[in-house]
Design a protein around this ligand. Structure first.
Ligand code: SB7
Ligand code: NI
Length: 185
């Protein structure tokens, strides 16, 4: 089971690597990694289990964050629409995106970053994505809102990119041309 101590923090070199594609059929090790990532995001959003195991709540977790440089992440976004609930993405890709951008009004956070970094993180407002599931089936989805933002945050982790790389240091709350704010609340 993944606990906070298993999550590497900024400064660890693995977070800056381009993670490796996963091959199929999945090894037992990769299968376990998928399940562990998903278990973390689900448990961390459960008040009781989160408290019991001391988990910081997160809607997503990428393999590099547990020091496994592989193209895998898990997302659990209970939003009624059911688009990214209990979702595991292997070798994920954005196949097309809107011109329009979006950003979370209150900024982003990261389980690998133990500080608040203020500022807008520009993301594509709408994306069409492809990924493989554990059996190697191709999953294709159109995402907007928080699911689209979270998918881009996790995909960045597979490419060694941190959310604050996107923030304008000199003007963190500068207007982003062509962007509509997304209100998480
Ligand atoms: C805000 C938070 C996340 C994604 C998008 C906006 C996920 C935070 C947890 N993670 O560090 C996952 O990489
Ligand atoms: Ni993160």
């Amino acid at each position: 089971m993944i606990l906070m101590n298993d999550i590497i923090r900024e400064g660890h070199p693995t977070l800056r690597l381009k993670a490796k594609e996963v091959s199929f059929p999945l090894s037992n090790e990769d299968r376990q990694l998928c399940d562990d990532l998903l278990e973390y995001v689900v448990n961390s959003q459960d008040d009781k289990l989160g408290e019991k195991y001391g988990l910081r709540s997160g809607i997503g977790l990428a393999a590099p964050q547990v020091n496994a440089s592989k193209r895998i992440f898990a997302l659990h976004i209970p939003d009624g629409e059911n688009l990214l609930e209990n979702f595991i993405a292997i070798n994920p890709k954005i196949i097309s995106h809107s011109v329009e951008k979006t950003y979370i009004e209150t900024g982003e956070g990261c389980l690998s970053v133990d500080r608040e970094v203020p500022g807008y993180v520009p993301r594509y407002a709408r994306i069409t994505v492809k990924a493989l599931d554990k059996e190697g089936n191709v999953i294709k989805k159109r995402l907007k809102g928080l699911p689209a933002i979270a998918f881009q945050h996790e995909l960045d982790h597979l490419n060694g990119i941190m959310f604050y790389d996107h923030i304008d240091e000199n003007a963190p709350y500068k207007d982003i041309p062509g962007a509509t704010a997304f209100d998480r609340e």
